[in-house]
Design a protein around this ligand. Sequence first.
Ligand code: GDP
Length: 525
Amino acid sequence: MINLTAELAKRRTFAIISHPDAGKTTVTEKLLLWGNAIQLAGSVKGKRGPHAKSDWMTMEQERGISVTSSVMQFPYKDRIVNLLDTPGHEDFSEDTYRTLTAVDSVLMMIDGAKGVEDRTIKLMEVCRLRDTPILTFINKMDRESRDAVELLDEIENVLKITAAPINWPLGSGKEFVGVYNFYTDVIHVYQQGMGHTIPDDIQIKGLDSDEATKLLGSYAQDIRDQIEFVRGATHQFDLEEYLAGRMTPVFFGTALGNFGVREMLDGFVEWAPTPRARATHERLVEPAEEKFSGFIFKIQANMDPKHRDRIAFMRICSGTYSQGMKMKHVRLGKDVKIADAVTFMAGDRSAVDEAIAGDIIGLHNHGTIQIGDTFTEGESLKFTGIPHFAPELFRRIRLKDPLKMKQLQKGLQQLSEEGSTQVFFPINNNDIVVGAVGVLQFEVVAYRLKDEYKVEAIYEPVSVTTARWCECDDAKKLEEFKRKCAENLALDGGGHLTYLAPSRVNLSLTQERHPDVVFRATREH
Ligand code: GDP
């Protein structure tokens, strides 16, 4: 038997949020290096990298974008870190949002030359919904960067979170010589060309020391003045404020140079929350509860092209999973025996014997598991907050071969259960409409329908701007609404009534005309 309380204290489950190109992939491979998960940090995106196995989609390789995401577990010091990778491309943001429901904190990567970018702002909004604690790494200090004070201001003003610098960059670009830690009064000296190694930590004690003067050269006075100013003008790090999601500790460094990453990781394992309690419709579930529970936040197909399997990713919320245990699949009201869950050691899948709250396990899915499903050791619970977002882009599917209707329906059903697309069946005709949050999602759907279900189809534009899920307590009014708006109504993949609005104006007029109907922009799984 494992000691659950002791194991929980070690766990840190997080994801990285960033704008594309800020350095998420690069820092991921360095984190794995620090975790000794890989000896030499190869390229995560490269062919032989630890992700190579999940790089299943030719389209993905051709485009050099990572549309799949995976889970990596690595040890660091006496901690066990679970890193949930999220697709960087904005067309897959729904997937990212859902992954953010499964973590306890996030690392925000910011490109020092660019500052806060759009995607970061959006992801930050999602984190804010659950007050997720955020640790910040300002990256690429080995390149010409923006003024560090300005970057902190931007984080505070644009992201509306208090920034507490833990360390401070000493120069940038060619003049980048290291970082200064406000709390230890130690300079960590940057050495170039050590990106693929675990560099020695070369320290200079004291900003005012002779050694520091030598390192900083002609900039010494300017840098000391700036640090004095920053010390007075910024907030001290406050653990409670960080854990409440109101303050972010800020580290500077270069992921590519694997510098500043150690300090950031040390801060992370020290401060980041252990697995947190999770809400269900019934009650709050504490991680230390003896009985097992968890929810599915993601389903991924073709992790291994040879097996054509689909893996359902489960965040364990309480108790312990052990191999061969029985779980209740709450939605189906059925007990299932899970003999072969997988874990994700640094990108490699392997069988797990035991996993605890905070860990992610993968269940082989033969079509009975959906995003949002709750599994327990008997209790009927439903974890809250795994959203569907109303799509913004729509296409009508027309089959090239009408005899393939069955395959098409099966494919669409599976793809929508995985969250790869959303499907709508207008109630007035036999059309099939697919909806997506980003345009690239359609390409994935087309590719997979063709590749996995042998369905070739034409994806036509359709005059739908947005969708809203509709509910009404008053049965008579609901009938009237259905009658009057039939031409714009559809059922989604789960059979929920949906209004497909041809325009924003139409949507607001319809809402005005039917004040008793609730129009939702998100729907829980
Ligand atoms: P992602 O899109 O956020 O995953 O970003 P990547 O990790 O792929 O990085 C984007 C580009 O920036 C790549 O060419 C990296 O080599 C480069 N890069 C990442 N970190 C650094 C850094 O610290 N310094 C410099 N100079 N380049 C970096």
